[in-house]
Design a binder for this molecule. Sequence first.
Ligand code: ANZ
Ligand code: ZN
Length: 817
Amino acid sequence: SRRYDHARVKEYWQHVWDREGVYDCPDDADDPTYVLGMFPYTSGSLHMGHIRNYAITDAYARYRRMAGDDVLHPMGWDAFGLPAENAAYERDTDPESWTRACIERMRGDLEEMGFGYDWSREITTCDPEYYRWNQWLFTRLHEAGLVSYDSATVNWCPDCETVLADAQVETEADGGHDHSHGGVCWRCGTAVEQRDLDQWFLTITDYADELYDGLDDLDGWPEGVRDSQRNWIGRQEGARVTFTVDGHDVDAFTTRLDTVYGATYLALAPGHEVVGELTERDEAVAEYVESVASTDDAGLSGVETDLTATHPYTGEEIPVYVAAYVLDDVGTGAVMGVPAHNDRDHAFASEHDLPVEQVVEPVDGTGTNLPEEPYTDDGMLTDSGEYDGLASTAARDRLLEHDAAAEATTYRLRDWLISRQRYWGTPIPMVHCDDCGRVPVPDEDLPVELPEYVQTTGNPLDAAEEWKRTECPDCGRDAVRETDTMDTFVDSSWYFLRYLSPHSEASGETASQADAPFDQQTADEWLPVDVYVGGEEHAVLHLLYIRFFTRALADLGLLNRREPVDRLINQGTVLHSGEKMSKSKGNAVAPHEYGAETTRLFVLSAAHPEQDFEWTVKDVSTAYEFQQTLYGMVSDYVEGRETRTESAPHDAYLEREIDRTIAAVTEEYDRFRFHRVVGELQRFARLLRRYAGYDTPYRFAYSRGLRVLTKLVAPIAPYLAEELWHLLDEDGLVVEAPWPESLRDVAEYRIERQLVRRTLDDVRDITDVVDIADPNEIEVVVAEDWKYRAYSIAQDADPGDAVVGEIMGEASIQAHG
Ligand code: ANZ
Ligand code: ZN
């Protein structure tokens, strides 16, 4: 039979799709299904991770479109950022030209894959008409008190006189941990220093509770992502207990106030204020602080100080340690050490020979392994003065009544530092005036466009003398522009809103709807994003920032939604020879190496979207062969080459199988289990092929089968499906054809099957149940290999035939007719 030549047909169908605008979402759609893939960073070319990501959204978008929805499936470019500057530096070009070239290449790659986007909504974050809105939003956030200007530490190369991103600081064992200690500049190899600079922050911490609590309702998000966000926000409810050290009050944060009588030492973080003073006069402490600053793994190390702390409840003096396991920016940077009831404190105490004092015992009277092992559960208080005998929970409440303790909640989350001392980003729209201080650039002067790129050692914006000089918007005197640009994560925190009305512009007239980055009414109707697909590396930053922005925009009155995304899918990794496929590992396969459509069919059929899978040539050729099989079946059918005329099996069975397949496949699409879609379709194709040669009346069911098969495969192999649809002489485009309907719900088929499985529990060779009119008389299908394993079921049946019999035992089931 004829072979399917993907390369030959693809341009034609691409052209037709474009001409018909089949992927455009109408502006006046009511509430389209919003299917979104994380837009790519413009790094050069698409890799297999992108392909997998976008194959998932594309298949789902196509399925929903055929099912009758308006679908919004847009694409754009995350185009600002450091790599463009690095590339410009290495290739003697400028970031803009490099980025534009990348976009051209990557758009071509996406088109080559046949992904159906509404390109009329394409956005590029480095376009002034996009980033003006970053600036506009920054100004709104500033007005709302959600922006702060504070000192923060940055990496600094004294030789290049430039700030370095963490990724530009190279360490010996470049394991991607904390690069801030002991690294060297990626360009010149000079040892990196730390410097304090005044920088801009968005006060995301104002939303810490909301962002935390909201996670409970995000049922459509993977539990792993929600957990990561919980950890990242790190909310802990507990108490602050005040110890007295050398006349200072030192607060320790604890979640276990009930164990306070067991505190046998106080441990301070190396960055604690009291430690700062100590280093001036205590050599050992100074040395310790220095030594931990240059290591990533200080373990249970610590140093005893000559200070003691007065225990607020007992009045006893306990030793004070400086210990690296106490983190500077968690809680208060001070811990009351309770070796008897906390794992880390116990380990630290063993290391430093500190006493272990039990103050909580199991309520049920069972023993503990103290002092060898800590007892970390709640229990009943002992050796705790007037609190003895109380349960942990009650004790925590009662102990709070003491003057030295107060209820406290701590968070790990910090404000979002958005300042970058770099060129390729959105200029922060602020002006520094000697008289008026920091003044926002007025809306009518936006965008503040980037100056022309000049290669310098430091930040090119700093060197752009003319660009920097401006007038103060308040007093009109000479002033200078802010030279920091925004973290590119700002760009991606609201891009999903820009797709809704990508061309809305500042009118400059009244404060109309057009004076906003997106149309509010559309946003209220179209949001949330129904399905968002992307890599799990974004579990915290990006996916937290879009939630923060949505809430902040709602509070600014720009939006009536508080959560941006309904359902989130993190696609798994594509592995090759056991490792993550990537250019840097040298094991990458280019998306088009095996033909674009084969690749997408393979990546969707290989595994559940959230699972990792291994790239193998064998499985790729299976995908390829499947395309050929479908093409062969349809072309043979239309050419009438099959001449075999034999008696046909039960035709109703085929009709029923068609319906069952529709029901099953539809359900799998609904659940994003494209691998199972392909499995069902392969099975269905095998079954259909057995009917290829039969004459009327089976011809009717067969041809319906081919049409259904073509539609069902269309979301996954759209070019092939379009070609088959055309061969079958159907009108219009299959991508716009209505989704086939099944007679019954998939659940009904399933119940049927379970029913029979239960009754015929050991007749394993029945692959399916056709009909149960009378529970004692059922129609079933026997397996392909029935002859060897199920001989007694139906002696004259062909594999795939329906047989009927009574459920009285396997032997009594007879072939139908
Ligand atoms: C005393 C105590 C006794 C604690 C006890 C726990 C159990 P987890 O352990 O995850 O619930 N902590 C407070 N500030 C810290 C800091 N800056 N760096 C490191 N650890 C710090 O977290 C809560 C506990 O972490 C707090 O409760 C404190 O130890 C420790 F039987 O206080 B606990
Ligand atoms: Zn001024």
